[in-house]
Write a protein that binds this ligand. Sequence first.
Ligand SMILES: NC(=O)C1=CN([C@@H]2O[C@H](COP(=O)(O)OP(=O)(O)OC[C@H]3O[C@@H](n4cnc5c(N)ncnc54)[C@H](OP(=O)(O)O)[C@@H]3O)[C@@H](O)[C@H]2O)C=CC1
Ligand SMILES: CC(=O)N[C@@H](CCC(=O)OP(=O)(O)O)C(=O)O
Length: 347
Amino acid sequence: MKIKVGIIGATGYAGAELVRILAAHPNAELAALITQSYGGKAFCEVYPHLYKHVLMDCRELDIPSLVQEVDVVFAALPHGHAVPVAREIMKYGKKFIDLGADFRFNSKDTYEQWYKVEHADPDLLAQSVYGLPELYREKIKQASLVGNPGCYPTSVILGLAPLLVHGLIDTKSVIADSKSGVSGAGRGLSLGSHFCEVNENFRAYNVAAHRHTPEIEQELSKLAGEEMIISFTTHLLPINRGILSTVYAGLKQDINLDQVRSIYEEFYRGEFFVRLLPPGLLPQTKAVAGSNHCDVVPVVDRRTGRVVVISAIDNLIKGAAGQAVQNMNIMFGLPETTGLDKPGLYP
Ligand SMILES: NC(=O)C1=CN([C@@H]2O[C@H](COP(=O)(O)OP(=O)(O)OC[C@H]3O[C@@H](n4cnc5c(N)ncnc54)[C@H](OP(=O)(O)O)[C@@H]3O)[C@@H](O)[C@H]2O)C=CC1
Ligand SMILES: CC(=O)N[C@@H](CCC(=O)OP(=O)(O)O)C(=O)O
């Protein structure tokens, strides 16, 4: 039996990655590719790399007909747009996975404050599960509505989780310094994404104001069991895909690297997608590009008493579409790695 899938926002960068992954997924069947601008056009005209792999046309959203054809719907839309769509689709008993920010928050007020839109359905928000499988697998199994994590939060939370669960770091001392490739900004045109603005350039943006800050703080606070506030700075790298986060935190006790590494080994034992790299290797964006892996390495700096954690993901895969498919696999009782077990591309 194949899971019938609809994708709303299939023509964005995250949506197109969903299409690519699901076209090769042995237990999924693409049923509807929904767009706002390309109705009636062949999908492979919008994304030629999928010629001969995806034969469908794009179409516009019509919920009554869509729900007759699908078991699950993914939304890869700008924030604010998924809520009304999820509400209608879920009335028909269909599962819903949102790649945007509309269902990630425990608090409607926090979402509204940072995303500057009203949340149109707080009751639905309360039903959603935060879709980070390595932390919430059991809840995701029961969920009908999943808020897929943001790309930067995935890298920072997976990097710090073992240290927080073991109470090893000073929770007031965390600084996360993250860098992303340009596909993180989506396919839409904007001055900041132009070739001449990005190429041979490197800059910080949204300093002390990035909207992923409260999402990261929400999850770190749950892991720590206390309210956490962090410094979080994002930077734009002149590459297509990839996020590298460098996270600094003060250690609360004298602990050596071997002890820290064994805590990570234990925490991520059995997790295929999170790779604690062996001594001598450090995470890099090229080593995860095209795969659903999150590479992690903690380093103890005994001179400063800090731990430095480096983590890397592909923002479009573990940071978006791959993680969303991982969630779908869990929600439908499939092995979690189905359709996602391929290594990335190198160079
Ligand atoms: N890019 C990334 O690395 C990540 C993205 N995300 C999230 O995923 C979502 C999609 O991001 P991304 O793919 O980058 O964005 P894109 O800008 O590349 O794509 C947006 C998609 O949404 C559709 N769309 C845009 N505006 C509307 C609207 N008003 N009504 C209906 N559909 C609309 C577009 O349709 P059309 O093409 O027809 O105009 C397109 O399919 C966002 O919420 C983003 O935050 C999450 C993690 C990582
Ligand atoms: C490089 C780049 O611009 N990245 C985006 C990623 C944010 C994103 O995808 O945000 P939501 O999923 O929370 O909507 C940014 O920093 O805004």
